[in-house]
Design a binder for this molecule. Structure first.
Ligand code: FMN
Ligand code: MN
Length: 476
């Protein structure tokens, strides 16, 4: 078992010497600013903020949890010393054979150590940060999961939607589009004239944080997927107000009702987004009336603010692993790697070409599954897709633009896309075009393509290992 809960994970991060404790930061822009600066450093540390300005000591915020490849691997239960592309491959292979493990009910819940109901609920006691300078308010939920139960099948959905605090007992829950499982479930309650029972779980197990980001089929529970990642079930306890299953070890829980959006909304945002812009502006958003708040002693909020790329919530591009397995499932052979750069806005597939059209076949599947990604690149197997310089070398030397690029129109993007014109957005346009770049040696004359003068990746590694101390100037 990799780790028991968020606290245990933080302990493991500390053992890897990747944890920094920060005292006295201001939740208005300073926690967000420090998080962003740290995330831009080569070995981005994880940050545990305590003694937060204006809040009780012990009420903590933890950020950059999985921003480094090492900690993304740790959260998946993989060897954190694996090289990033090897770690992603190991995850892709594990993901393809995951056996779902449903949660088990725990008798006791750590989150019930402190509990308030009704009028006593006061969200102002939790250090919800103002993450970026022009954010519309504090966000308690930036990396939190939202729990809802499908009224027909009983399926529990548990994924990440941002949660803004508006008053002492009102928050908003923002669905990027109407296809989000949470939006579909809420709509069913509302259409029956009822509010939707809901719980916001802050400070969840990192496996749940990862599961909450995955595109799972409707009907599949993120709880089962998180159990599968860990190899042990998530322990849940019924929320005293909603009866929803809540991770027993989670830190701060809000229970309540998501009110019908046709009756009441609040203006949500703006909120700095993962593209590095404020592109979706302030919008009417469903309101959660918080009827109970629970927390562990000295609770920890797991904060994961979006930041300007290349910074991203996950140091391994998990959605590239999904695309990699889509390619395998569709029967595309010889894929040696898939990666995403620019915080998932660019997808790269590396493969060993076997037949004419092989590269384009892979590109089309990757393009179809690249959310908001305008750039899809295919490279040969001697190019490391996780190395942006290597990818640019392939683009500038193997792709003839007049012959090897295609544009796919009306493809999958979202309201968060900064390049959709305002008037089109007002008409509900959320699609964009995608550029496919075939940066592979042209198959028709692949044997005549000038050979590369560079060492192979294996050769370079062997030499680096053998001559490491000489290169570093060691004296021994
Ligand atoms: C840190 C983080 C924040 C996110 N915020 C939102 C959000 O505010 N709204 C949203 O619709 N999706 C958001 N997402 C993406 C969804 O969590 C993700 O697409 C998920 O697969 C949706 O789950 P569902 O299929 O159960 O609806 C966020 C993802 C992460 C990692
Ligand atoms: Mn889901």
């Amino acid at each position: 078992m990799p780790y028991k809960d968020l606290r245990d994970f933080i302990g493991q991060v500390d053992e890897l010497k990747a944890l920094r404790r920060i005292e006295g930061a201001d939740p208005r822009f300073e926690i967000g600013g420090i998080t962003e600066v740290a995330a831009g450093q080569p070995d981005c540390p994880a940050l545990l903020f305590d003694n937060i300005k204006g809040f009780a000591r012990g009420f903590r915020v933890f950020t950059n949890a999985t921003v480094s490849p090492q900690r993304a691997a740790l959260a998946l239960g993989l060897d954190p010393s694996l090289r990033p592309l090897d770690a992603l491959k190991a995850w892709m292979e594990k993901r393809q054979t995951l056996r779902m493990i449903p949660p088990v009910e725990a008798k006791n819940a750590a989150f019930l150590e402190n509990s308030t109901r009704g009028d006593q609920v006061d969200l102002a006691k939790f250090p919800a940060p103002y993450w970026h300078k022009q954010d519309g308010g504090p966000y308690i939920g930036s990396g939190s999961i939202v729990i809802m139960r499908d009224p027909e099948s009983g399926w529990i959905n548990a994924s990440i939607y941002r949660v803004q605090v508006h008053t002492k007992n009102k928050v908003t829950v923002q669905f990027d589009h109407a296809g989000r499982h949470g939006a579909i479930i809420a709509r069913k309650y509302w259409d029956a004239g009822k509010p939707c029972p809901i719980a916001v779980v802050n400070g969840e197990d990192p496996a749940l944080f990862i599961a909450g980001f995955e595109y799972l089929p409707a009907g599949a529970s993120e709880y089962d997927f998180a159990g599968a990642i860990k190899g042990v079930p998530i322990a849940v306890h019924p929320g005293p107000v909603t009866g929803l299953p809540i991770p027993a070890q989670a830190e701060i829980i809000l229970e309540g009702e998501l009110l019908p959006a046709d009756k009441e909304t609040l203006p949500e945002g703006p909120f700095g987004e993962f593209t590095g812009y404020y592109a979706s502006d302030k919008r009417p958003c469903p309101v959660m009336a918080v009827t109970a708040a629970h927390h562990r002693n000295d609770p920890i909020l797991l904060g994961s603010p979006p930041m300007k790329p290349p910074r991203f919530h996950f140091g391994l591009p998990f959605r590239a692993a999904g695309i990699w397995s889509n390619l395998e499932t569709a029967g595309v052979t010889d894929v040696v790697g898939v990666w995403q750069h620019v915080a998932q806005l660019m997808t790269v597939v590396a493969l060993k070409q076997r037949y004419d059209g092989h590269a384009k076949r892979a590109a089309l599947i990757a393009a179809a599954n690249s959310y908001m990604g305008r750039l899809v690149v295919v490279v040969d197997d001697d190019v490391d897709p996780s190395d942006i310089n290597d990818v640019m070398w392939a683009i500038t030397t193997r792709c003839e633009p007049a012959e090897n690029v295609d544009i796919i129109r009306n493809a999958w993007s979202s309201a968060l896309d900064p390049r959709i014109p305002p008037d089109a957005k007002e008409r509900g346009v959320t699609s964009h075009s995608k550029l496919i770049i075939e940066a592979v040696k042209p198959f028709g004359w692949i044997g005549k393509f000038p050979p590369s003068s560079a060492l192979s990746q294996d050769e370079a590694r062997t030499i680096a290992e053998k001559w490491n101390s000489a290169l570093k100037g060691a004296t021994s």
